[in-house]
Design a binder for this molecule. Structure first.
Ligand SMILES: [Mg+2]
Length: 383
């Protein structure tokens, strides 16, 4: 079998673009993949075009060797743009081979460990009593794990944020949610890299023990040294890794005990080939996978197959109602859908997603930026 074409589509899906890679082969089998580098899709498309030059004519079944060639086939290895492109191609190669063998993708990864991949939803901001009602209603719908977002500091001025001022209300309403729900449900916060080390420590120290089951990215994640410092100032479990591009970035966080859940993103880390290596490394350190999954149906499918195939798994990021998205319905004829609080592990061939490339070409790319936030003095701060 030979790769005969690698196409890149970047359709606008209403709130952002979605970068889809399609691989075609001489035997008629196709494969789909998605890249996770949201907001810089044209750069990823450029990388895919470079890789296409030497991938045409290659055997798509040599997935691991092609991964090495893509990663190491230039002097300047790695980085988020390149591994985002490698991820989309690697996922598509798995889809091609699984379709040819008429098996689900997780069979290529060692087979399924579970029948259902449990999800976790995200409630609103910890800004007031509404979030308590929202959390109660999620529990009533069967969720036993909920993630929250920090309080807004300048309601009505969505581009302004004062990180330190978010700490007190976020802690106050987190405590109120825990008191309302009792000790059972797992509760987490995604602080979205908005704090510095001192602020993150102050936030954790305001919470009684047992309030929080995980704190996702309180600070930016480039510096394991900063996390090592923060680790000495709080015992709240950390969930880090959604931007990491390759196993190498995970190494210090795994080996030095700096994360307690791996927030891996298959579409950023370099695809299923790389994600399975990270999962194995985490397994040896008793760390569960809690993947980041904010993208489209191909990302969700890739993550469901990945989560099915690893023993060390906690929950997959998910959104209730995601299949009702108008753009998703137009672009994808078949998807893997959330059923209640989890994804039933699919049994059909490949990833289980079909894509309308004509519709994607009609939809087309639009320039867009994720929010650029500032503090009240005008200086840049993280969204
Ligand atoms: Mg996050």
């Amino acid at each position: 079998m030979k790769i005969t074409e690698i196409k890149c589509f970047i359709p606008w899906v209403g709130h952002r673009n979605q970068l889809v890679v399609k691989i075609e082969t001489d035997e008629g089998y196709i494969g789909l993949g998605e890249s996770g580098v949201s907001g810089r899709e044209l750069a990823v498309e450029g990388a895919v075009k470079h890789f296409r030059e030497f991938l045409l004519g290659k055997d798509p079944r040599r997935i691991g060797a092609l991964w090495q060639e893509m990663y190491r086939g230039q002097y300047f290895e790695g980085g988020r743009i390149l591994t985002g492109a490698i991820a989309a191609i690697d996922i598509a190669l798995h889809d091609v081979v699984a379709r040819k063998l008429d098996i689900p993708v997780y069979q290529l990864l060692g087979g399924a460990h579970r029948d259902i991949v449990a999800g976790f939803p995200t409630a609103g901001a910890l800004s007031g009593p509404d979030v308590v009602d929202q959390a109660r209603s999620m529990i009533d719908r069967g969720w036993n794990v909920i993630r929250f977002t920090p309080a807004e500091t300048d309601p009505g001025r969505s581009e302004v944020s004062e990180p330190r001022e978010s700490i007190a209300p976020t802690a106050e309403w987190m405590i109120a949610v825990r008191e309302a729900l009792g000790p059972g449900p797992a509760l987490g916060i995604d602080y979205h890299t908005r704090l510095n080390v001192a602020e993150a420590a102050s936030f954790c120290q305001r919470l009684p023990e047992g309030t929080l089951d995980f704190l996702e990215e309180p600070i930016r994640a480039e510096s394991p040294e900063a996390y090592a410092t923060l680790r000495t100032m709080t015992n709240v479990p950390f969930a880090i890794g959604e931007e990491f591009s390759s196993k190498i970035a995970f190494v210090p966080f795994i080996e030095r005990g700096l994360t307690n859940f791996a927030r891996i993103d298959v579409c950023n880390v370099g695809g299923l080939t790389e994600a399975m290596k990270v999962a194995g490394w985490c397994e040896a350190h008793y760390i569960d996978m809690m993947p980041h999954n904010p993208l489209g149906p191909i990302s969700t499918a890739a993550h469901v197959h990945f989560c099915a195939a690893v023993p060390n798994f906690s929950w997959l990021e998910s959104r209730e109602g995601e299949v009702e998205n108008q753009f998703t319905n137009e672009l994808f004829k078949s998807t893997i859908a959330l059923d209640g609080t989890g994804y039933p592990v699919p049994t059909g061939p490949g990833l289980g997603v079909e894509f309308d490339e004509e519709r994607a070409l009609e939809t087309g790319f639009q320039f867009s930026e994720s929010p650029h936030w500032v503090r009240r003095d005008g200086s840049v701060t993280n969204w």
